[in-house]
Write a new protein. Structure first.
Length: 268
């Protein structure tokens, strides 16, 4: 009997150790996915802050589970403690469910593609001096591919000039695409917008003024397509997605940040 109990205890300890190692590894994976934008470009936003925080929590729990688990059990024995633990558990579950639903919506929208007769609208993003940032180059690559495949398509380049930018995002995109062989006659600049909503609204004004197709194919990074479509729906614009591929070391940060952006757009 004593030998049986010893084997059971050993089995439990091994299982507990394996779980702790897995939790710690998951924490380090979070850090690998979410810290590169911070270390490479000093980017810290709600997206990678969330991922980094989750990673730290997982690592600390994995290391100190031997002390945390007994503490939770003691708290659970008190009525108030059970309420607190239950509320925290429910919040965690709801956050996980929300993240899964939001992720599914983002992925579903990003898999769409324009049919070829829509007016292409490229949503601008950061310009570094007078050169496109990595994320803007990703969008321009997707736009150029679409324009090469659909020779009759007309493209609106939408983006104003930020305080830290030497030229407007629209001008930067125009210069980049023409230098890469796109006919300037197919490109129209919209250089006043400062947000996704203005990108779409101001672009639609130009499209209507020039008598172009009011069905839009939106070029932006895949994580941004769903929120852009929500804004377009509010403006009464029919859209399809032409998604730009995001580099892995930025993807998790901006994908997670987009969860918050979508919720804000829903309730605003």
């Amino acid at each position: 009997m004593q030998k049986h109990n010893s084997c059971f205890i050993l089995h439990y300890e091994v299982r507990d150790l394996v779980i702790r190692i897995i939790v710690i590894l998951l924490g380090f994976i979070c850090e690998v996915l979410y810290t590169p934008p911070l270390f490479l470009y000093g980017i810290l936003n709600i997206g990678n802050a969330t991922g980094i925080a989750i990673g730290v929590i997982l690592i600390l729990y994995g290391i100190f589970a031997f002390a945390i688990n007994p503490l939770v059990k003691r708290i659970w024995k008190v009525t108030v403690g059970r309420v607190i633990v239950s509320v925290i558990a429910v919040i965690i579950i709801l956050c996980i469910v929300a993240a899964v639903i939001l992720s599914a919506l983002i992925i579903h929208e990003a898999t769409g593609s324009g049919g070829g007769d829509e007016t292409l609208v490229v949503l601008g993003c950061q310009v570094r001096g007078s050169s496109p940032s990595l994320m803007l180059r990703e969008r321009l690559t997707a736009a150029q591919t679409y324009l090469d495949e659909h020779e009759d398509a007309v493209c609106i380049l939408s983006g104003g000039q930020g305080s830290d930018e030497d030229i407007s995002e629209a001008q930067c995109m125009y210069t980049y695409l023409t230098e890469h062989g796109v006919d300037p006659g197919r490109l129209i600049m919209e250089d006043k917008s400062t947000s996704t909503r203005e990108n779409l609204r101001f672009s639609l004004d130009i499209i209507q003024e020039k008598g172009l197709n009011t069905n839009l194919a939106i070029v932006t990074n895949e994580f941004h397509e769903y929120r852009a479509s929500v804004i377009a729906d509010k403006l009464g614009i029919n859209t399809t997605a032409v998604s730009a591929h995001t580099h892995w070391w930025m993807f998790a940060t901006y994908f997670t940040r987009e969860w918050y952006g979508i919720v804000y757009e829903w309730i605003s």
